[in-house]
Design a protein around this ligand. Structure first.
Ligand code: G3H
Ligand code: ZN
Length: 283
């Protein structure tokens, strides 16, 4: 069934687990996510980025996501990931997304507050929940010093003020993770997470979670992370599945046979994540 992200995250917050938010780009990825969630009786979030929407088309991705959610035996939310454009956010809401992210993290604090408030006002008017971001979650390829890294992390007092002033339903924070493939092992700032948790009441979101060791994810969840975003690890499983199959069956031309093993490979990765997040049996 299709639900809002807010209700999923509030339950996760109350019971101290996290809901996986997995990026969707095509039918096979969606089926892998739903299949994994159903096998483990877990709630799940399907999230489409602006790039994913551009690739598939808003009507296609929304229709696929909603069909999957409505048919699913577990609660499923349909979420816009890293929305930066007001008009596109409205379009997603119009197409049935049950939550949206407004990512104003590249703006100075006051501007981020202003754009986030605007989105909260229109989204809440139609029962759609909103995630915002404070601090900068970089890419792993970004070449920055330790001091620069610290400066981009979320400040607890700013986070408190941001949530109070905007009325957001959840907050993505920068505590040392980055998008993409990590060069070394990511080091999470758990003290910062604790300090944010103490002053912010809404559920907290961890981005750039692919490649983060499971013990770090478990610790972050124990300290208050309620939504964990995964994209890169799914991409890697997809590519591995396709490459392995094609290498072993170079003459195969049936797309179903080529993509089927990739779907299975993604499902296994997603099941492993769901187990780490502690959402098994929470549907
Ligand atoms: O918003 C999407 C996530 O933050 C994905 O991060 O590609 O490192 O898993 P990831
Ligand atoms: Zn992200």
């Amino acid at each position: 069934m299709l639900v809002t992200t807010k209700e999923l995250l509030l339950d996760a917050q109350k019971k101290n687990y996290a809901v996986g938010a997995f990026n969707i780009n095509n039918m096979e990825i969606i089926q892998a996510i739903i299949g994994a969630a159903e096998e483990l009786n877990s709630p799940v979030i399907l999230q489409a980025s602006q790039g994913g929407i551009k690739y598939a088309g808003i009507e296609y991705i929304a229709a696929l996501g909603k069909a999957a959610a409505q048919k699913a035996k577990v609660p499923v939310a349909l979420h816009l990931d890293h929305g930066t454009d007001f008009d596109q956010i409205v379009l997603c809401i119009r197409n049935g997304f049950t939550s949206v992210m407004i990512d104003g993290s590249k703006y100075p604090f006051e501007e981020n507050v202003a754009i986030t408030k605007k989105v909260v006002e229109i989204a809440h008017a139609v029962g759609v929940s909103v995630e915002a971001e404070l601090g900068k979650i970089g890419g792993t390829e970004d070449d920055i010093t330790v001091d620069e890294r610290d400066a981009t992390m979320t400040d607890p007092e700013e986070a408190r003020r941001f949530v109070e002033e905007t009325g957001v339903d959840s907050l993505a924070i920068a505590i040392g993770t980055a998008h993409g493939v990590y060069k070394g092992e990511p080091k999470l700032d758990f003290e910062r997470l604790k300090a944010i948790r103490e002053v912010v009441e809404v559920p907290l979101v961890l981005h750039g979670s692919s490649g983060v060791p499971s013990e770090s994810l478990e610790k972050a969840i124990a300290l208050g992370i309620c939504k964990v975003n995964i994209d890169t690890d799914i991409r890697a499983a997809f590519a591995r599945g396709v490459k392995e199959f094609v290498a072993e069956n170079p003459d195969e031309i049936d797309p179903r046979k080529i993509l089927g093993p990739a779907r299975e490979a993604m499902k296994e990765v997603i099941k492993d994540k769901i187990k780490i997040f502690g959402s098994v049996g929470r549907a």
